[in-house]
Write a protein of this length. Structure first.
Length: 447
């Protein structure tokens, strides 16, 4: 039951994937009831008890962000992140929905473990969390996880499971991967694929002592090709996680082209995500941070050619969504070489600066990439847009706010940002979850 009073958001620039206009929004019972264009008479005196937030005509109101890929490290690694710290980081970054990967301790490989996590997240009431189920027991790549025991389609029986993934590694066995994809197809949900399982050429280069940036590229390209082929056979929906090389982009573009030709039994669904760090940074940043420590991430930060190819792929729709791959680690773990960057609290600003302020895409398109499209990939038809009947998950953004990344101020326990000290433009001031304000930046009072 949602007992929060109504919320009137007055005089905003309203932005979603198809909208960019001045207006106001009325939320009640956690759901958007009305979207009023500027100039419409607001029935304010007839509205029940409510709070009003004023946008002053310049602040942006957008759908809350939807993250297809985060690591909350819960259970098992509270020194890196917990459900609580991860959820607080998510709302501070403007997220209303987060998919959490299964590489925890223990691995989320049963319905019971996933359900416990979901219940705990719901009790916090900050963000709608979707645990992924691992493809194999313990992510050991030997025996299928619970997925073959589940009844499909999952959207009917277990609607809080929307994605399967072995993220952190790949399922090496072709046969097991094929069976997992078939189960996912039967269950009607996508499999997010990490894509760095080497192949002989990458293994040879690795054994010969070639640098990581050399063999990891061969590995990503090989793995991407492999899961596309397996998905073609299994007919499932494969989602490629954290795409980083130009060659992978080309493979995905080509495969999507054939998919569009609807070649009968060849038909399958292919979607792909890019991370803010691969869209905005290159290996120069990794070198400066320390290739084996603070700059280490899977896949590694690549060249400017790769980065531009990723941006092109965002422009032509080859990349469907932006996902953080929020991967918090402790300082000690980073110094030992743990790969990954904390990312939930900087993703909006990084993408806005790189893509919108550089005039590559509009704010509406960024909203599509960070809200509507990831919601569609998850089959969540009730969010990611700003229209009546959609969830009251919205964010207030000051697109001009200047601030500086200070990991010490992150809600996330992971301070391993690749951009500490970076001057940023654009900030999430308020996050609204089902009509309730769950985050308010102190900066909103400064501006
Ligand atoms: C992730 C992690 O730390 O769990 N690390 C990373 O470098 N991206 C795993 C992953 O996303 O592959
Ligand atoms: Zn991964
Ligand atoms: Zn990941």
């Amino acid at each position: 039951m949602n007992l929060s009073p109504g919320l009137l958001l007055r005089d905003f620039r309203l932005v979603d994937e198809t909208l960019d206009m001045p207006g106001s929004v009325w939320i009640e019972q956690g759901v958007i009831q009305d979207v009023f264009p500027q100039g419409a008479t607001l029935p304010e005196t007839r509205l029940p008890m409510h709070r009003t937030i004023h946008g002053g005509g310049t602040l942006v109101l957008m759908p809350a962000l939807v993250d297809l890929h985060a690591h909350f490290r819960d259970p098992g690694y509270p020194e890196k992140e917990t459900l609580e710290s991860g959820s607080l980081a998510a709302v501070a970054g403007g997220y209303g929905t987060v998919v959490c990967m299964a590489n925890t301790k223990p691995v989320i490989d049963t319905l019971a473990k996933a359900k416990t996590l979901k219940k705990r997240a719901d009790a916090l009431g900050l963000v709608d969390l979707y645990p992924v189920l691992a493809l194999t027991q313990g992510m050991e790549g030997k025996v299928l996880s619970d997925i073959h025991l589940l009844k499909g389609p999952l959207s009917k029986t277990e609607p809080w499971i929307r994605m399967l993934s072995e993220d952190g590694k790949d399922v090496v066995s072709d046969e097991l991967l094929y069976r997992a994809l078939q189960e996912a197809h039967r269950l009607g949900i996508p499999v997010s694929c990490h894509c760095d399982a080497g192949g002989p050429e990458a293994e040879e280069a690795k054994a010969a002592g070639k640098p990581r940036e050399f063999w990891s590229r061969i590995a990503e390209n090989h793995a991407t090709q492999r899961v596309i082929e397996r998905a073609r056979q299994a007919q499932g929906h494969v989602h490629i996680a954290h795409v980083s090389t130009k060659e992978s982009v080309d493979l995905i573009r080509k495969a999507k082209g054939t998919q569009q030709e609807k070649t009968g039994p060849q038909g399958f669904t292919l979607t792909a995500e890019a991370s803010p760090h691969h869209l905005c940074l290159t290996h120069g940043t990794a070198h400066a941070l320390g290739d084996a420590t603070w700059g280490r991430v899977n896949p590694p930060l690549r060249t400017e050619v790769d980065r531009q190819a990723l941006i092109e792929a965002v422009l032509d729709g080859t990349i469907d969504a932006i996902a953080t791959d929020h991967a918090p680690h402790t300082e000690a773990d980073k110094l030992q070489g743990a790969p990954g960057f904390t990312g939930l609290e900087t993703s909006f600003a990084l993408c806005q600066m790189e893509l919108v302020l550089q005039d590559r895409i509009t704010l509406s398109r960024l909203s599509a990439l960070m809200s509507a499209s990831p919601a569609r990939i998850l089959g969540l038809t009730d969010r990611g847009r700003m229209a009546p009947k959609f969830r009251g998950d919205l964010i207030v953004v000051d697109t001009e706010a200047a601030w500086q990344v200070n990991p010490d101020l992150f809600r996330s326990r992971g301070k391993n940002s690749p951009v500490p000290g970076l001057p940023c433009t654009g900030r999430v001031l308020i996050t609204i979850y089902q009509g309730r304000v769950v985050f308010e930046s102190f900066l909103s009072h400064d501006s």
